[in-house]
Design a protein around this ligand. Structure first.
Ligand code: AMP
Length: 175
């Protein structure tokens, strides 16, 4: 059974007007500083994955890497990083996606996912959903099957879940 973890909110700080005016930044560094908080968060993120076959965890640079790697370690499966352009050394698949102003690009190693691999995509925050949607497209075009998009936090008012439909979403806490 999946377990939401509202207690996690006590480890996450709101930082107003960061990185720019009007944004309330969800700061997870205080969570990383707490071994109890990390344990609680990892348990919550693992809870919906129990009894599911997962072949690989795909996580998004940079804050997705912290718990993405812990998830992969706990599930005993490979960890696949999705990175900003020019960071990955082997042949990459590139995906551009729209931001509020302008666009951005992400890359994944082309040989990191095999056709039929069952994939969990992980990031820290689901906001508008544009980033995770771009990663879903990459995973699908390499033949991966998305089992779940898994987040620590979901900002419900930005309706990212709609963008990720019909994929299954889990977030440990909602705002
Ligand atoms: P989006 O593509 O709009 O869903 O944005 C998701 C990405 O932006 C994630 O990688 C988050 O790390 C980051 N992000 C968006 N909004 C916030 C926020 N309020 N606090 C912290 N990180 C955020």
């Amino acid at each position: 059974m999946e377990t939401k973890s509202p207690a996690l909110k006590s480890y996450i700080n709101d930082v107003p007007d960061f990185p720019k005016k009007g944004i309330i930044f969800k700061d997870m560094t205080s969570l990383l500083e707490s071994p109890e908080g990390v344990e609680l968060c990892l348990e919550a993120l693992l809870s919906p994955l129990k009894n599911k076959q997962i072949d690989k965890v795909v996580a998004i640079e940079a804050r997705g890497f912290f718990f993405g790697m812990l998830l992969a370690r706990a599930l005993k499966v490979p960890f696949i990083p999705v990175r900003k352009p020019g960071k990955l050394p082997r042949k990459v698949l590139r995906q551009s996606y729209d931001l509020e102003y302008g666009s951005d690009v992400l890359e994944i190693h082309e040989d990191a996912i095999k056709s039929g691999d069952k994939i969990v995509i992980h990031d820290d925050v689901l906001a508008t959903g544009g980033t995770a949607q771009a990663v879903c497209e990459m995973v699908k075009s390499l033949g991966g099957q998305i089992v779940q998009c898994n987040f620590i936090m979901q900002l419900d008012f930005l309706e990212g879940a709609k963008k990720l439909a019909p994929h299954t979403i889990f977030s440990a806490v909602n705002y």
